[in-house]
Design a protein around this ligand. Structure first.
Ligand SMILES: CN(C)CCCNS(=O)(=O)c1cccc(Nc2nc(OCC3CCCCC3)c3[nH]cnc3n2)c1
Length: 278
């Protein structure tokens, strides 16, 4: 039987994004802690609602240890609100980890960076694998969309929803927030492709090490120039040349020279690090 709002009690509000509010909830029957995202579809057009339905259906099929697990959905027509019930990540997001370290003046451990790199890459491989007939879930990859569970394992979340629910015009959307992670091909209005995710992941991992993005500017056109030039300082000297070299490959301006997700996973240093985890 489908679940209803009565099956849950609200623990607290975690935060609100562009599409609505995220709350920590407890399922009454087994006291399991979950998260739900509340979205008001009242002002959506028919096609946007259709997009939402297909995004939610894609979410349901994504089952992977490093992708936030979808559990269920509840539709409350009286409030034109849909509740997407998902796994709760009690480690918070990477953005909070970066800002905490920045405040303390400390750097993130290299082993932790490798763990995030490997788990993130395998989550993206799963999304790209979904390509068979399915829209590639192009993810809004950024530290605020990468969560951790209680064992500090990566949980990639919040992808399609945010995209679908930006139902303001795409113009408004592109100029909301500085897209530090935009790839050169996107700056040049070429098509988004799997390697754009590799670029964004390179930017995110760079920021995890340096505690700031690889390309910084005060306005969009300055940022675009820096992105297309592709020059950035080495990550802090405490990080190994192995890690620096791999991030530099992910941040290659020429998309043909940039490794694919599979290339990253078959790098010798990645295979070596992976075996040291398992
Ligand atoms: C700076 N603030 C906006 C962040 C405040 C909140 N900190 S935080 O670092 O995200 C944080 C703290 C503790 C637990 C969790 N767990 C969690 N969060 C989700 O989404 C957060 C939401 C995403 C959109 C924007 C608002 C916040 C989940 N989605 C599915 N499972 C989820 N588990 C997150």
């Amino acid at each position: 039987p489908a679940c209803t709002l009565d099956d849950f009690e609200i623990v607290c509000t975690i935060g609100s994004g562009s599409y609505g509010t995220c709350k920590k909830v407890r399922r009454k029957k087994d006291r399991k802690i979950l998260a739900w995202k509340e979205m008001d579809y009242g002002s959506m057009t028919e096609s946007e609602k259709q997009m939402l339905v297909s995004e939610v259906n894609l979410l349901r099929e994504l089952k992977h240890p490093h992708i936030v697990r979808y559990h269920d959905r509840i539709i409350d027509r009286s409030k034109t609100t849909i509740y997407i019930i998902m796994e709760y990540c009690d480690g918070g997001d990477l953005a909070s980890i970066i800002s905490r370290n920045k405040k303390k003046g400390t750097y993130v451990d290299e082993d932790f960076v490798w763990k995030i790199l490997i788990q993130m890459t395998s989550a993206l491989e799963e999304c790209h694998r979904r390509k068979d007939g399915k829209a590639v879930l192009h993810r809004d990859l950024k530290p605020a969309n990468v969560f951790l569970d209680s064992d500090n394992n990566v949980k990639l979340g919040d992808f399609g929803l945010a995209r679908v629910l930006h139902h303001e015009t795409s113009f408004a959307r592109t100029y909301v927030g500085t897209p530090y992670y935009m790839s050169p091909e996107l700056v040049n209005n070429m098509s988004y492709n799997e390697k754009s995710d590799v670029w964004a992941m390179g930017c995110m991992l760079y920021e995890l090490c340096a505690l700031h993005p690889p390309f910084i500017a005060t306005n969009q056109s300055e940022l675009n120039k820096k992105i297309c030039l592709g020059e950035f300082k080495r990550i802090p000297s405490q990080y190994s040349e192995h890690l620096n070299a791999l991030l530099a490959k992910m941040l290659r301006v020429d998309v043909h020279k940039r490794p694919s997700i599979k290339d990253v996973l078959s790098e010798p240093i990645v295979l070596k690090k992976q075996s040291s985890f398992e």
